[in-house]
Design a protein around this ligand. Structure first.
Ligand code: EPZ
Length: 419
């Protein structure tokens, strides 16, 4: 089993361009099914989740061509509407294909996406929204057997009890070519929603208000070919900033849409980091001693992102003073804590709350990655710790971080992957 071996204690110094966003490329790949022709996505990150999404598209009949970070999806012919269990299980977020398959094929058959490390990951909001648009969904035996009541989705008013990112994406994709108008209230406002709407509008869709809590979609019969550049990954950007902060380093990140990180920069500033921010770059210089931060509550965008909780927690574990996190988005997103404690962190979890007492140093240990962002938190801890850390279960990390060991070694980190 592959492991990362990290010899900690070296400040990260240098410059890095941030990869394309995993959580934007996945819905874009699904939405490409709506175009009876070619879609070209640039700046697609080289990740196992993107590989899994391409496998699903190929299985359904699309022709995929990848050249570096450019992915061409030819969806001229789609001849299947079922996604086999093994493909569904490869990527938990494959539920985002449901609306796209049903819109294209008038039917869809997918297995119930399993839970994941963050908790059961219910899909009730996805199903509610798609049912409102006219999708008949039979649930049973771990399968979702779906068919459209009429030839196309039919526009409707949909109000989400929680601004679910995936459910908002599914409804936008299904409504783009529906008959009539769809209004989504309490929609997710993440940048990835805005990017999806921009992509679909470039294809001829009529989507208004993406990024706000009410989105209006006037369905159109046909969408046309386009090329689109995937936005940079804001969470990967935060991760590398945290690595520099935790190791006492200084980095310049380029290709970052810094206005998407307005809720994170003040936290890094409170910790004593020096930041220089432009539209598309951020320079961070770590302080000699990190300071604890005021309570961090994770919230839907534009609040503090839940995906940044684990990487930032590692930095606070090394700060002088007590910091506190309240994880409001997922019910089980502290699995990395026990592994950080093995490395000498002083963190106590009580339900949604984690209290972090900063320590002077972390110590290298052999730890297991528990989920995508928890794994990234352990990498940061290993880079900051004194001694050697080995991290296993790298498949979690490889889902979301492109060339993580090469990028960190390029900044001076002593890290390599062993088979
Ligand atoms: C997306 O997941 C991201 N994944 C997650 O990133 C991210 O943490 C999350 O949004 C929140 O920002 C992708 O985009 C592929 P949600 P998603 O639906 O769509 C509950 C990462 O590390 N919920 O907004 O699954 C759910 O249980 C990953 O890159 C329902 O109850 O997030 C959770 O508690 C992790 N019913 C909360 O809403 C539903 O039908 C947020 O989920 C759907 C969700």
């Amino acid at each position: 089993m592959e492991k990362l071996t990290i010899i900690g204690g070296v400040p990260l110094i240098g410059e890095l361009a941030v990869q394309g966003a995993k959580n934007s490329s996945l819905p874009l790949l699904a939405a490409a099914m709506l175009v009876k022709g070619k879609t070209v996505l640039h700046n697609c990150p080289d990740l196992t989740d993107v590989d899994a999404a391409c496998k699903i598209l190929s299985y359904l009949g699309c022709r995929i061509r990848r050249e570096g970070s450019t992915v061409e999806i030819d969806a001229s012919r789609v001849d299947r509407y079922d996604v086999p269990d093994d493909l569904m299980r490869e990527m938990r977020s494959s539920i985002v294909f449901l609306g796209a398959i049903a819109a294209r094929m008038n039917a869809a058959q997918i297995s119930f996406p399993g839970g994941c490390e963050l908790g059961p990951r219910p899909i009730d909001l996805h199903l509610m929204g798609l049912r409102q648009l006219g999708l008949r969904i039979k649930e049973g035996y771990g399968l979702l057997d779906c068919e459209l009541r009429s030839k196309r989705f039919v526009g409707s008013r949909i109000s989400f009890s929680f601004p679910s990112v995936g459910a908002t994406e599914n409804v936008i994709i299904a409504a783009a070519t529906a008959l009539g108008r769809t209004v989504i209230t309490n929609a997710a406002q993440e940048p990835e929603i805005v990017a999806l709407a921009e992509f679909l509008n470039q294809c001829g869709a009529k989507i208004y208000g993406a990024g706000e809590s009410t989105i209006v979609i006037e369905g159109v019969p046909v969408l046309s070919e386009t090329e689109f550049r995937v936005i940079p990954d804001r969470i990967v950007a935060v991760t590398y900033l945290c690595a520099a902060a935790a190791t006492g380093g200084e980095v310049l990140l380029t290709d970052v849409l810094t206005d998407q990180l307005d809720s994170v920069f003040p936290v890094l500033d409170q910790m004593g980091c020096k930041l220089r921010i432009t539209d598309r770059s951020v320079y961070l210089k770590a302080p000699l001693r990190l300071k604890a931060v005021k309570p961090i509550r994770t919230m839907p965008y534009p609040g503090f992102p839940t995906d940044a909780q684990a990487p930032v927690m590692t930095v606070t574990a090394l700060a002088s003073g007590t910091s506190m996190f309240v994880e409001n988005v997922f019910e089980n997103r502290y699995k990395h804590v026990s592994e950080l404690v093995r490395m000498g962190a002083n963190i106590k979890v009580e339900g949604k709350v984690a209290v972090v007492e900063g320590v002077n140093s972390l110590y290298g240990a052999s730890v297991e990655s528990t989920d995508l962002r928890g794994g990234a938190a352990l990498v940061i801890a290993g880079l900051a710790a004194s001694g050697t850390t080995t991290i296993s279960n790298l498949y979690h990390i490889d889902r979301g971080y492109e060339r993580i060991e090469q990028n960190l070694a390029g900044l001076g980190g002593r890290i390599h992957r062993e088979a």
